[in-house]
Design a protein around this ligand. Structure first.
Ligand code: ADP
Length: 594
């Protein structure tokens, strides 16, 4: 209840008024009491007291009164005479016969006569009265006492009296009670006024603050659209303006950040590298589709511990100094992933960001390159060893028969030719790889090219006892490099002749299919196992190494053929074949895009 500003203001006002009234009341009553007491003792001093004159002699303040008292006291009926004197000076002494009375006592303090006989017989022993009995003037004031008194010893002749004047302070107490009543009334009116004022005050101060609070709550919930309206130009008005300005700046900043985040989201969504982020406890907070794809499983609800703790400890990544990062490699199924791990922000709020880069292809290429270099050296070393050993034999052996010598020389020439072919094929491949080898593109009749390749191979086919047939309809003009495409067809057809035992059947068929032309060369030879259908296009790959070498093959023919076909945006594949043997299919678009 007391938490609202309304109540707080009201409470403060109440406290303020009450404490003010308490202070004023205390001050007033104390002042009145002091004033009353001071005036009593002043009055007594004027009548009975004495002071020093300029010469240092003690002189009575009212010598006439004092000498009258003494002379009257000397008479035999001194007490009555004294009473007469006091009665005639009652006004000056402030005797009112009610609260202030005079008493004439004998030297022992016994009551003789006075203005209040009943009170005189029951006089209390006070310090002033004691002083009077001892022959001294008792006029000491005592603020704590509920009375005021003076005791004046008067001697005249042999007579000794004490004039004792006592005030019960009832007047001042009555006055104070009246004052207290007035203060209480003022307090009540003050309190009522303060409650009213506090509500008015809190309305003018609190209402704008409430409005501001409402606006702030709206903004906190993300609604920046409505500005807080405030007419006043005071501090709250300035605060509202500042607040509205701050909201504007905040809105701009948030839109800029959202824009940036959208950009980043799009980037993450479409980038080929995987990105996974974890908070400082290792819980996954972000991952992109590439990461899910690379890690081969849904990453929902997984932690760093589940995914990468084997590769790199989480604490070690967090401890890295920014902008430092760690690198690691991991294998997921067939894939090799390169990991870049980096901490972001501070330890409290930050976490770890991991970028996954698929290096499988890179690794494979590296492997292929190594394999290729090893293959080239191997392919060249074999003929070179042969050449060297036959040449050495010829040199060291003197009585070698003529026909054997010719045989050796034939082998040397054959091996040299083989090396030349390998080197030429490698050169062709390297030119195709580097894009140096320009294609001589032109429109040419595809059927004519097929016929000329078949004719060129007819003799070899006949020598091997193969039955070679070629069937095709009229084919459209093809846009491409005729000699290179003839080289491709030559390779396919010569392979069919080579890898078919003598007396086989080889069929060349061709046709048009949509925007492409196709050519198929089928044989009933040794065939290629389906698992090798792709691999035979790799460099130096042979299904049967011995047989290929025997027939003078380099293992590069189909690699070159596929490169040429690729440059024509076509395909060269091994396709399903009925019965024993192989069917190679070449497919080329009629029109090239460029
Ligand atoms: P090569 O010079 O050894 O013939 P290619 O690149 O032309 O090299 O062929 C690669 C391998 O594919 C050959 O070594 C052979 O094992 C296999 N091959 C190609 N064509 C045929 C076919 N028609 N029948 C059986 N095997 C074939």
């Amino acid at each position: 209840m007391f938490r609202s500003l309304h109540m707080k203001v009201a409470l403060i006002m109440l406290l303020l008024i009450t404490s003010l009234m308490a202070v004023v009341g205390t001050f007033l009553t104390t002042s009145v009491s002091n004033f009353y007491m001071d005036s009593f003792y002043e009055q007594m001093n004027d009548m009975f007291g004495s002071s020093e004159d300029a010469d240092g002699n003690t002189v009575a303040n009212n010598p006439e009164f004092m000498s009258t008292l003494r002379s009257e006291a000397a008479e035999s009926d001194g007490s009555e005479r004294l009473q007469n004197v006091l009665e005639s000076n009652a006004g000056s002494l402030g005797i009112d016969y009610r609260t202030r009375n005079y008493y004439i006592l004998d030297e022992n303090g016994k009551f003789i006569t006075g203005s209040d006989e009943a009170g005189g017989l029951l006089l209390d022993e006070t310090p002033n009265l004691t002083a009077g009995r001892n022959g001294q003037v008792g006029d000491e004031s005592n603020i704590t006492a509920d009375y005021m008194d003076v005791a004046i010893p008067i001697s005249g002749g042999d007579n000794h009296f004490i004039i004792y004047i006592k005030d019960t302070r009832t007047t001042v107490d009555t006055l104070n009670a009246k004052l207290f009543q007035i203060i209480m009334q003022a307090l009540i009116i003050g309190l009522l006024t303060s409650v009213l004022l506090s509500f008015l005050l809190s309305k003018t101060i609190v209402s704008p603050i409430e409005k501001l609070t409402e606006g702030a709550e709206r903004m906190a919930s993300g609604d920046f659209g409505n500005k807080i309206s405030m007419e006043s130009t005071d501090e709250i008005g300035i605060l509202t303006d500042t607040f509205n300005h701050m909201a504007g700046v905040l809105q701009d900043t948030i839109s800029a950040m959202e824009n940036e985040r959208n950009k980043l989201d799009t980037l993450f969504l479409h980038m080929t590298d995987g990105v996974v982020a974890f908070d400082h406890e290792g819980t996954m907070i972000h991952s992109n589709p590439a990461a899910t794809d690379m890690l081969g499983r849904s990453l929902e609800g997984l932690t760093y511990e589940d995914l990468f703790s084997d590769v790199y400890p989480f604490r070690d990544v967090v401890a890295l100094q920014r902008p430092g990062y760690a690198e690691a490699e991991m294998s997921v199924r067939e894939r090799t992933l390169e990991l870049y791990l980096a901490p972001f922000s501070d330890e409290e709020r930050g976490g770890v960001l991991i970028v996954l880069h698929d290096v499988t292809e890179q690794h494979r290429n590296e492997e292929r390159r190594k394999e290729f270099v090893a293959n080239v050296s191997h392919e060249l070393r074999t003929p070179l060893t042969n050449v060297r050993s036959y040449a050495e034999t010829l040199r060291t052996t003197t009585d070698i028969p003529r026909d054997m010598e010719n045989g050796f020389l034939d082998i040397i020439i054959n091996e040299t030719d083989r090396m030349t072919r390998i080197v030429q094929d490698l050169l062709t491949l390297s030119r195709l790889d580097s894009g140096q080898s320009e294609m001589n593109m032109a429109r040419f009749p595809f059927d004519e090219a097929i016929d000329s390749v078949v004719r060129a191979n007819a003799l070899e086919a006949k020598r091997r006892g193969h039955q070679l047939t070629c069937t095709h309809d009229a084919l459209p003009l093809l846009y491409g490099d005729r000699s290179r495409l003839e080289q491709v067809m030559m390779n396919i057809l010569s392979n069919a002749i080579k890898y078919t035992p003598d007396g086989g059947h080889i069929q060349v068929t061709a046709g048009t299919e949509g925007e492409s032309v196709w050519l198929e060369v089928s044989d009933d030879g040794i065939g290629i196992p389906p698992e090798d259908w792709d691999r035979i296009f790799e460099r130096f790959y042979r299904v049967d190494k011995a047989r290929s070498r025997e027939s003078g093959g380099t293992g590069l023919g189909l690699s070159i053929a596929r490169e040429i076909v690729n440059r024509h945006h076509g395909t060269l594949t091994i396709v399903e074949h009925q019965g024993p043997g192989t069917t190679v299919r070449l497919c080329l678009p009629i029109r090239q895009e460029n």
